[in-house]
Design a protein around this ligand. Sequence first.
Ligand code: GCO
Ligand code: MG
Length: 404
Amino acid sequence: MKIVDAKVVVTSPGRNFVTLKLTTDDGLTGLGDATLNGRELAVASYLTDHVAPLLTGLDAHRIEDTWQYLYRGAYWRRGPVTMAAVAAVDVALWDIKAQAAGLPLYQLLGGASRDRIGTYGHANGRDIPELLDSVRARLAEGYPAVRVQTGVPGLRAVYGVHTTDGDGSAVLHQQARPLVEDWDTDAYLRHLPAVFEAVRAEFGPELPLLHDAHHRLTPIQAARLGRDLEPYRPFWLEDCTPAENQEALRLVRHHTTTPLAVGEVFNTVHDYQTLITEQLIDYARSAVTHFGGVTPLRKLFDFAAQYQVKSAIHGPEDISPVGMAAALHLDLAVHNFGIQEYSGHTPLTHEVFPHAYTFTDGHLHPGDAPGLGVRLDEELAAAHPYEAAYLPVNRLQDGTLHDW
Ligand code: GCO
Ligand code: MG
């Protein structure tokens, strides 16, 4: 079964998505997600100009060998652009292999280890009352766990929480230049325990509550926050320090029993080596789309399982339904599944990417269609071309550019 065509489709049904479509000589087509928020065209070029010409004529069944060819063969290994491109090829090949077998992909990964996939949704509010309403809305939608993010008194705009449409990030991503938000770590550290206290007082002790610090803290600040949140038993504290420095989490871990989750900006197992072998984290959050595909993420989770680290695949709205489906097949198959982030997509995005996966009572399932179970409506995709859009940047109140 030879690859005869590789096509890259960039579409914006509400936000930008990059999709790779591979076709084989026996007429099968496979899809892979290569979306890299705010840098979409770089991945599209990497695929069109440097990867597609190498794929035609290759045996579509040789997934591992093709992965190694694109990873080792490039000499320039790793990095988000490269690994998103490699991921798209890997996932498209898994889609084809599973269709050729007439099975949903999770069957090729060992079969289901569970009946359904537990999720968490996003609750955002500019202040505590608005956040409580947002938590209520997520619970009404059936989510069994909720990530809570709020504005901070004195700050104009905090990522994802300064619009009233539920998930403000959808609006922010449409800025043609990065929106500038402001930040004050001390104000945030003073405010957050009160937020958790209010949410616990309203919704009781059982609801799993998550929080994302977006890489903004120093290790000692993160340790303080982890400790201050302990009375409220968070499910996890996510991305508490900048992602480049794995050693930072030693100090955080030493001071707090609040569970830690990282990995959405990681793209290979090497980013996790210290974190996993020293058991400095509890959840590995990489996306299939940014980690080089199903092949390496499966290996990561198997490695992580030896250290009781669980999966928690990144699932924001900037992972396309193709990337989401790939995540769901892995979620169903791996033994050390933890939780799946799920923000959903716009109705138009669901139309551009018709899919077999379902969200019912707060739980996802990849469905039983052969392959990934996602198709691409190319005509509708073409009617919604790329629009320049960036993630926001973050500055301290004196103007210094800050981490996030
Ligand atoms: C999350 C994330 C997202 C990212 C976004 C970047 O935990 O879901 O932090 O909101 O910021 O995916 O593209
Ligand atoms: Mg995050």
